[in-house]
Design a protein around this ligand. Structure first.
Ligand code: MG
Length: 377
C-alpha cells in the first residue's frame, strides 16, 4: 500500500469507528412513520384575552384583546401558537379564522420546511401577519419538541444574556395613585412610559422623585414638531432615559433622520416597520428597531430581522402585544439577541393558558423546556 492509499484507508477506518461508536439521539425523523399520519394538522380556536386593568385610549376603554389559539400536531407531538390582535393592527378573529381556514398544512409532510411553509402562507394571502405568526410559533414549538431543545439553544444563544424587561407606568392625575403605580414597578429594573400625551414631563418628574431606574420612552408617533422633539430628547437624556421609541409619525421619515442625527438618545422604530424588508430603510432614519412577532409573521422572520439589524449596526428591541405566555415565551427565545425587551404582555392578562417564561429580579428567565418552553395550564 502506498502512502496515499494508506492515509485513505486510515481515514475510512477512523470514520467507520466514529460511525459505529457514536450513537445519535433519536430526535424523530421527519417524514411518514408507521402508524402515524406524517402530516401537519392545524387546528385553531378564538380565545378572548381578559385584561387585568382596562386600557385607556383617547376616546374609549378596552378590557379585552381578541386572540386565536393555534395547535399544530405531527406524529403525536403538539406545538402551540397564538395570534393576538389589538384592533389598531387591522386584524380580527374573523380575519385570522378566515386566513387559517384557507391553509392546507396537510400538504407538508416535513415540519422542518419552515421557509417553504412561510412562502406558502404568503402566497395564500398578503398581510395577516398575526395569523401567520400563530402558525410560525406553533411550528417552532413543534420543531423544538421534535429536536428536544429550546429555540434559544437551537439558535446558539446564551440564556444568561437575556435583557431586563421593562414595566409600564402610566400617568394618573391622582398623585397617590401615581405613586402607587411607580411603587408597583419597583421590582423591575427598567420603567417604560408612553409619551406624546398631556403631562409628559410631570410623569417623568414623578418617577424621578421615587426611582432612579432607567426609563424607556415610547411616543407612539405622538410628537409632530422635530425641533420640539429634539428639545424633549435632550431633556429626557438628562433624566436618565435610555431611548425614545417612534417619536414622530412614521410618515415623517426625513424629519426622523434629522432628529436621529442630533438626538443624544437612540431613536427606535416601531410603527415605522413591520417585516424584514423594512429594516434596511429603517437603518437610514433610526438607530434601532422594535421587533414584535405579531407584526412580522413570527419567530422565523424576527430572527432574521434581529441579525440584519445588528449587521447594519442597529439596536434591537423586542416588544409584544397583550398575549398569553405562549406568544411571550416564543419572543423570549430571541431575547439574548436583544438590547432591550418589553415583554410584559402576559402579565397584563387575567386568563393566561400557559406556564412559560418568567421574570426573575426584572430579568427574563428562559424555561428549560423544548420548543418555545410552554406548558398548558
Ligand atoms: Mg411602541
Amino acid at each position: 500500500m502506498d502512502r496515499r492509499n494508506f492515509l485513505k484507508a486510515g481515514a475510512l477506518g477512523a470514520a467507520m469507528t466514529i460511525a459505529s461508536t457514536v450513537s445519535f439521539p433519536a430526535y424523530g425523523k421527519p417524514g411518514r412513520r408507521k402508524g402515524k399520519s406524517g402530516k401537519l394538522k392545524l387546528s385553531f380556536e378564538p380565545y378572548e384575552l381578559k385584561l387585568r386593568h382596562a386600557f385607556n385610549l383617547a376616546k374609549s376603554q378596552r378590557t379585552t384583546t381578541p386572540d386565536v389559539q393555534v395547535k399544530i400536531e405531527y406524529d403525536g407531538i403538539t406545538g402551540y401558537g397564538e395570534a393576538s390582535m389589538p384592533p389598531y393592527l387591522g386584524e380580527s378573529v374573523a380575519s385570522a379564522v378566515a386566513f387559517l381556514s384557507r391553509l392546507d398544512l396537510g400538504k407538508f409532510n416535513d415540519p422542518f420546511m419552515i421557509e417553504e411553509i412561510h412562502d406558502y402562507m404568503d402566497s395564500v394571502a398578503p398581510d395577516n401577519r398575526a395569523a401567520k405568526a400563530s402558525v410560525d410559533i406553533a411550528l417552532h414549538d413543534l420543531l423544538g419538541k421534535i429536536m428536544g431543545q429550546p429555540w434559544y439553544k437551537i439558535w446558539g444563544l446564551d440564556p444568561r444574556k437575556t435583557p431586563d424587561t421593562s414595566f409600564t407606568v402610566s400617568y394618573d392625575a391622582d398623585p397617590d395613585e401615581l405613586d402607587a403605580k411607580i411603587d408597583e414597578a419597583s421590582p423591575y429594573k427598567v420603567i417604560k412610559i408612553k409619551m406624546g400625551l398631556d403631562h409628559d414631563k410631570e410623569l417623568v418628574e414623578a418617577i424621578r422623585r421615587k426611582s432612579d431606574a432607567p426609563i424607556c420612552v415610547d411616543v407612539n408617533q405622538g410628537w409632530t414638531d422635530k425641533e420640539q422633539a429634539l428639545e424633549m430628547c435632550h431633556w429626557l437624556n438628562e433624566q436618565g432615559c435610555l431611548f425614545v421609541e417612534q417619536p414622530l409619525p412614521k410618515e415623517m421619515y426625513d424629519e426622523t433622520a434629522w432628529l436621529r442625527e442630533r438626538s443624544p438618545l437612540p431613536v427606535i422604530a416601531d410603527e415605522f416597520l413591520q417585516r424584514l424588508p423594512d429594516v434596511r430603510r429603517a437603518a437610514q432614519a433610526y438607530d434601532g428597531i422594535n421587533i414584535k412577532l405579531m407584526k412580522c409573521t413570527g419567530m422565523h422572520e424576527a430572527y432574521k430581522m434581529a441579525v440584519l439589524a445588528h449587521a447594519l449596526g442597529m439596536k434591537v428591541m423586542l416588544g409584544c402585544m397583550t398575549e398569553t405566555s405562549c406568544g411571550i415565551s416564543a419572543a423570549a427565545q430571541l431575547s439574548p439577541l436583544a438590547d432591550w425587551a418589553d415583554l410584559d404582555g402576559n402579565l397584563l392578562i387575567a386568563n393566561d393558558r400557559f406556564d412559560g417564561v418568567k421574570i426573575v429580579e426584572g430579568k427574563i428567565a428562559l424555561p428549560d423546556r423544548p420548543g418555545i418552553g410552554v406548558k398548558l395550564l
